[in-house]
Design a protein around this ligand. Structure first.
Ligand SMILES: [Ca+2]
Ligand SMILES: [Ca+2]
Ligand SMILES: [Ca+2]
Length: 478
């Protein structure tokens, strides 16, 4: 009789445990000390497109408010797991090396010395770990891929406040989840699009040749109307990481995951990502002398238009002074038959030119559900200004009709040092774009007056002098 009771008790216990596991799988995904959903975040900043919220310990979530104004389908969606108010599964780690001793410190385990506080359009949190002052700045930022303020600048500044040299680096791990806000987790295992590598459903890493972007679709068929998250790794204001890792986050159905590893992580190319995926960006430790600091910056937010069978991922506006940009053409096989013998050819207007990449590139075979890409490094000719459209056409031996995709890029007027045009007014007030004053010893005021009187020949000499003066300053600054 007693044995029977014990059996019933054990059976009940087993059912209770398995029941709670099922409930856990459907709701929150389990973890250490998750902040309760519904608890308001400590600080939130948002605009018409995007929102970032931080909790008391500086962890954060990102999601859309209105998203793309042209898409009603991407409003109030997650871009990170936990959005809008369950803040715990993405975290950053600082690695500090002192006298050959390495320490990996998860910032969520540290009490901030300041913040999180709101400062304008930014949320700032500061920690002090092993003599390194760590400042995390999360800020609404302009996105060159959408022409809107719909991405978040994620920035870490590491300052050595100790009296001896310390090496310090940072890893930002983002638990990507693209999709609906609600009790059932959607898009937590988003597959990733990485230029040059295609759409990835298994763990992968990139070092050295860091791609310009990575992105993830809410839709498994890459529906252009679905929510799309995009990280910007290379481009204006970004610090390309030393290493990019796409990994399992590590929920209880997964054998391992990056969340169990504060810094080092060995990628397993056989491990699938589609249950729960995450992205980690590593900026490796670098020596910091006493008082020295370093800042690393990346962006995560909305992606530009694109999706379906063929599209181009590229900035739609460029920012001075570096107008070189990367354009990636994607072909996705949303059908049942493989595409074979694919190639993509870019056609540019006269104002744009290829810096790197042959005009025609092979796509190889594309299996159903897969996507492949071709990337070109482009730049406008030096006198080009305005909006320029370009296109990419793809052809296949079998599996698909020819596909085309178009994009357009705005080329701004950059205030590059140009010789003043030969009019007297320009000489009196040289149209010098850089605010650097011309040293009076080299170009005294009297010279300007003489130039006014002595005609075009002297004007050319003046321009040359100014260029030379500026050139030496640039050289000295490096
Ligand atoms: Ca929208
Ligand atoms: Ca937290
Ligand atoms: Ca995830």
């Amino acid at each position: 009789m007693r044995r029977h009771f014990v059996s019933v008790f054990l059976l009940t216990l087993a059912l209770t445990i398995s029941g709670s596991l099922v409930a856990n799988a459907q709701g929150t995904k389990g973890g250490e000390d998750p902040q309760q959903a519904g608890e308001p975040p400590a600080v939130t900043i948002d605009n018409d497109y995007i929102r970032v919220s931080a909790d008391d310990d500086g962890q954060f979530v990102i999601g859309t408010t209105g998203g793309d104004p042209g898409l009603p389908t991407d409003d109030n969606k997650r871009l990170l797991y936990g959005y809008p108010d369950e803040i715990w599964s993405s975290f950053a780690t600082v690695r500090v090396i002192v006298d050959g001793q390495t320490r990996d410190i998860r910032l969520l385990d540290q009490v901030p010395v300041e913040g999180p506080i709101r400062q304008g359009n930014a949320i700032i949190t500061t920690w002090l770990v092993d003599g390194i002052r760590v400042t995390q700045r999360l800020e609404l930022a302009f996105n060159v891929y959408t022409n809107r303020e719909d991405t978040i600048r994620i920035q870490y500044t590491l300052t050595n406040t100790a009296g001896t040299s310390h090496a310090a680096g940072v890893r930002s791990m983002l638990d990507i989840a693209i999709g609906r806000v609600g009790p059932v987790v959607e898009g937590d295992g988003a597959p990733y699009f990485v230029p040059g590598a295609g759409n990835l459903t298994h763990e992968a890493e990139f070092t050295g040749n860091i791609p310009a972007i990575w992105k993830a679709f809410e839709s498994l068929t890459f529906d252009p109307a679905s929510t799309k998250g995009q990280g910007i790794l290379v481009g204006p204001g970004a610090t390309p990481p030393d290493r990019l890792v796409l990994a399992r986050w590590g929920r209880f159905e997964q054998e391992d995951g990056i969340r169990f590893h504060p810094w080092d992580y060995t990628v397993n190319p056989a491990a699938g990502l589609t249950l729960d995926s995450a992205v980690a960006m590593y900026w490796n430790p670098r020596d910091l002398a006493p008082g020295a600091s370093r800042t690393v910056t990346t962006f995560y937010g909305l992606a530009g238009p694109g999706g379906g069978q063929a599209w181009i991922d590229a900035p739609v506006t460029l920012q001075c002074p570096d107008l070189t940009f990367s354009a990636t053409h994607w072909v996705a096989n949303t059908g049942d038959e493989p595409f074979t013998g694919g190639s993509s050819t870019i056609t540019l207007p006269g104002e744009l030119e290829i810096v790197d990449g042959p005009a025609t590139q092979s796509l190889g075979a594309i299996e159903p559900g897969a996507a492949r890409s071709a990337t070109w490094i482009l730049r406008p000719l030096s006198d080009a200004q305005g909006d320029f459209s370009y296109s990419v056409a793809s052809e296949f031996e079998t599996g698909s009709e020819p596909l085309t995709a178009e994009s357009s890029v705005h080329v701004p007027v950059c205030t590059t040092p140009t010789p003043p045009t030969p009019t007297p007014t320009r000489v009196v007030t040289p149209a010098g774009p850089t605010p650097t004053p011309v040293p009076p010893a080299e170009v005294p005021e009297a010279n300007t007056l003489i130039l006014l009187a002595s005609g075009l020949g002297a004007l050319a000499g003046y321009a040359q002098l100014r260029r030379r003066a500026r050139g030496s300053e640039d050289g000295a600054a490096k």
